[in-house]
Design a binder for this molecule. Structure first.
Ligand SMILES: *Cc1c(COP(=O)(O)O)cnc(C)c1O
Ligand code: SF4
Length: 340
């Protein structure tokens, strides 16, 4: 028998186990004031607000990467509700990319040829203030597997669809069991060749990438692509690196898309560091999106001339494969429009 004192010593050498991802989700920050206090930022120094209809939501795994005492931290800026969001500006609307108009079945977007985007859930682990889905009518979107039936029928009837994109919200907010139920149904459709997952959870709550999710990913009968979303180099830490590494080991191709955001990454150093860091962690830079002009996000907008200048500077500094494609989503267009 090990004497109690010894067994305590042995235990203390191990890293303390982190709670399961759902527990971490529940324990996330919901009060701007509490988050600011935790970061030792004087609430008076920042124009936060408490009563947004799109409430704050930040996992601690993400806030741990914010700098203490820095009211201009690029991660904090992405998630802290501020009064500027209440401004209404011309040209900013609730549905800037025409998603509401292009839904042909409940929760299915078929805007581009060959691929469809399935809104699997409205939930996200984090609430990004610039999000173009902040005004999306999630309550009426798919919430249970039986609701996917019309979307799955639609995919089955269109044999020109070779790629299904699971999106949301964040599809990895669903339990692995629900994902399995969905992929089982999709696997009966012979013309599907690829499954793509658009998720921010490997960045915002990396413990979601657990062994059951990995078994699911490995069991899929298609080539799999995971597109994560990080906007700043500081969003990567060793937990994120581990999560991305696991995705790649499970056979997924991993890409990163970012949004060009004023005060977050609209300078050449931030962008080059983001692309380098993302690639080092195993995620190849994919798109750099111009902001979708969703109401409440005007303070994040970077003008096109400045965006083009930044692209030019990236080309001068980065290996070709690290330079993302600058795109703008336009309602009614057949693809995400490249910006030259
Ligand atoms: C972004 C998007 C896609 C994927 O476009 P890619 O250019 O293939 O990355 C597909 N469908 C919809 C509705 C989209 O918004
Ligand atoms: S994780 Fe993606 S979908 Fe969710 S709030 Fe952020 S940007 Fe929007």
């Amino acid at each position: 028998m090990i004497p109690p004192s010894l067994s305590i010593q042995v235990k203390s050498c191990e890293a303390p186990a982190r709670p399961p991802w759902r527990k971490q989700l529940q324990a996330g920050w919901r009060s701007p004031q509490a988050l600011l206090k935790h970061l030792s930022i004087e609430p008076q120094t920042i124009d936060w607000m408490d009563d947004s209809p799109f409430p704050m939501r930040v996992p601690q795994a993400f806030s741990q990467r914010m700098r203490s005492g820095d009211a201009r931290d690029p991660l904090l800026r992405q998630v802290l509700p501020v009064r500027l969001e209440a401004d209404t500006l011309d040209g900013f609307s609730a549905d800037p990319v025409g998603d509401l108009a292009s839904r042909n079945e409940r929760g299915l977007l078929h805007k581009y040829r060959g691929r469809v985007l399935l809104i699997t859930t409205g939930a996200c682990a984090i609430h990004c203030r610039y999000c173009f889905r902040r005004d999306f009518p999630y309550a009426s979107e798919h919430t249970s597997p039986s609701h996917w039936a019309p979307a799955i029928d639609y995919i089955a009837e269109h044999d020109d669809i070779s790629e299904v994109i699971l999106s949301g919200g964040d599809p990895w907010m669903l339990s692995t069991q629900r994902l399995q139920a969905l992929s089982d149904r999709l696997s009966r459709i012979p013309h599907i060749r690829r499954l793509r997952i658009h998720t921010r959870m490997p960045i915002t709550l990396p413990d979601r990438i657990n062994s059951s999710l990995m078994s699911w990913l490995q069991s899929l009968p298609w080539q799999t692509v995971v597109v994560v979303h990080a906007n700043h180099a500081n969003e990567f830490d060793h937990h994120v690196e581990r999560a991305l590494d696991q995705l790649r080991r499970a056979g997924a191709q991993v890409f990163n898309q970012a949004v060009l955001l004023a005060g977050v990454n609209d300078d050449i150093d931030s962008l080059t560091q983001l692309m380098e860091r993302s690639f080092a962690a195993g995620a190849i830079p994919y798109y750099l999106h111009l902001l979708d002009r969703v109401q409440g996000s005007a303070h994040f907008e970077v003008g096109e001339p400045r965006a083009l200048e930044l692209m030019q500077a990236m080309r001068e500094r980065l290996s070709g494969y690290l330079v993302p494609r600058l795109v703008r989503e336009q309602s009614g267009a057949a693809y995400k429009l490249p910006v030259f």
